[in-house]
Design a protein around this ligand. Structure first.
Ligand code: HAM
Length: 436
């Protein structure tokens, strides 16, 4: 029996001892095409919008997130993966990127280098939530932050980037939801108003929200418990409490978007689940993913830099959930597979040796090339070449080597040609490339 079939039989009978952790997923080769396509298109778009990449560590001091995101948020109070290191310091796997990017921005004094900074980062985040469709414990975000501009123009540009990102990925049927959460001047008035509204409704709130109503009433809007939702459905709207400067900012943003032909829905309950937001908040939502309907979310956070010990610097950003984007893309069809341009089917030891040299040469010439290492029958090799989607197959054996020729098969049409070995590699590179 062939070694591979032996292994297959063995493992199908044995039970798998090690599996990945619940909510942590492998990205298998059949899915990686989506990830590569998204990253390639998004990186190109971010370049057009003049963003530069920043990469921060996955592990940070816990206090960065508890202070930055807010103690009363679900993320900090329930969802962080925290651990103690050997010196007893509390560390946390980043549940989001914004606080970490701001930390890096302050620590590296990036604000001194250039007043306006546009940064993006792509990578995994960790939240201990209940896994379900579109919700994982390790998930990936494309995270975008703009530092140094307080005006509604940068809000509009950031929102345009978020929308453009979905357009280049070919995703439609998305809705932009927009709100303003006011600033440090007007938010306290709204909190008082909310407190008064909630005062005689405590008995209808869940235990968490009873506490939140005291400490941070805005967070009651995040609660998914039906009783709390019913209470918040009639809660006062923050828009009625905005100060003049916040009203003007929000109006200007809407004018920008309208002038660009962007439609949006005002959603006065859109408080987002993180404490750092000021003024503009937004989400891009879909109706096709069930409960996890936000494919991107973000907003302005003008006070976060100072809160984390930096200079007072305005900022706005957003993050896209990549698994949710892929779920939407999958509905549209399979991702383009990474298939070889050429498969070399070599029969016999001499042909194998020569083929091995050729594939190195062809790869250097930028052609994705594969061969069979174990010298199986021609039929088995052709079957395999077909399975991995090779566009062409070059067949050589002792006879061909003696006559200085080989056979080139086009896998899409099945047609075969005899080709001369002399200068073959150069001609193959040219021929295959001219069909790209
Ligand atoms: P967020 O709304 O918590 O915002 O997350 C942004 C996006 O990440 C969500 O809209 C969703 O698509 C995705 N996401 C969140 N949690 C999960 C999960 N458990 N599984 C799968 N996808 C998930 C932030 O993280 C902010 N830092 C965004 C931001 C950047 N605001 C300003 N700058």
């Amino acid at each position: 029996m062939h070694a591979c079939s032996c292994l297959k039989t063995l493992y199908s009978e044995a039970c798998v001892e090690f599996t990945s952790i619940k909510g942590f997923k492998d990205i298998l080769p059949e899915e990686s095409g989506y990830w590569q396509m998204i990253e390639t298109k998004v990186r190109r778009l971010l370049h057009l919008f003049c963003f530069s990449e920043i990469r921060t560590p996955l592990l940070e001091k816990t206090a960065l997130f508890s202070r930055g995101i807010g103690q009363d948020t679900d993320i900090v109070s329930k969802e962080m993966y925290s651990l103690k290191d050997s010196k007893g310091r509390s560390l946390t796997l980043r549940p989001e990127a914004t606080a970490a990017v701001v930390r890096a921005y302050i620590q590296n004094r990036l604000y001194e280098k250039q007043p306006l900074q546009k940064l993006f980062t792509i990578g995994p985040m960790f939240r201990h939530e209940r896994p379900q469709k579109g919700r994982l414990r390790q998930f990936h975000q494309i995270n975008v932050e703009l530092f140094g501009d307080p005006g509604p123009g940068s809000d509009a540009d950031i929102i345009m980037l978020a929308l453009e990102l979905f357009r280049v990925l070919g995703l439609t049927d998305l809705t932009l939801h927009l709100n303003s959460l006011g600033c440090q001047h007007c938010r306290p008035h709204f909190k008082e108003k909310l407190n008064r509204y909630l005062a005689d409704k405590r008995q209808d709130l869940c235990a968490d929200c009873k506490r939140r109503a005291e400490t941070n009433p805005l967070r009651v809007f995040d609660c998914k418990v039906p009783g709390c939702r019913a209470v918040m459905a009639n809660a006062p709207s923050i828009i009625d409490s905005l100060c003049d400067a916040c009203v003007l900012h929000f109006q200007r943003l809407q004018e920008y978007l309208t002038s660009l032909g962007v439609s949006f829905e005002l959603d006065h309950h859109l408080v987002r689940g993180l404490d750092y937001y000021t003024r503009t908040t937004f989400e891009i939502q879909t109706e096709r993913l069930g409960a996890q309907n936000a494919v991107a979310g973000g907003g302005r956070y003008d006070a976060l830099m100072e809160l984390l010990g930096g200079p007072p610097y305005p900022a706005i950003g957003f993050a896209v959930g990549m698994e949710r984007v892929i779920a939407l893309l999958k509905e549209m069809g399979p991702a383009g597979k990474e298939s070889p341009d050429l498969f070399v089917a070599a029969l016999g030891e001499r042909a194998q040796e020569i083929a091995f040299k050729w594939i190195q040469q062809l790869r250097k010439a930028d052609l994705a090339t594969e061969m069979d290492y174990s010298s199986r029958s021609l039929k088995a090799q052709l079957k395999y070449a077909d399975r991995i989607g090779a566009r062409k197959v070059l067949m050589i054996g002792d006879n061909e080597l003696n006559s200085g020729t080989a056979i080139l098969r086009d896998m899409s049409t099945g047609s075969q040609d005899e080709v001369k070995l002399d200068g073959l590699i150069e001609r193959l590179c040219e021929g295959i490339r001219s069909h790209e």
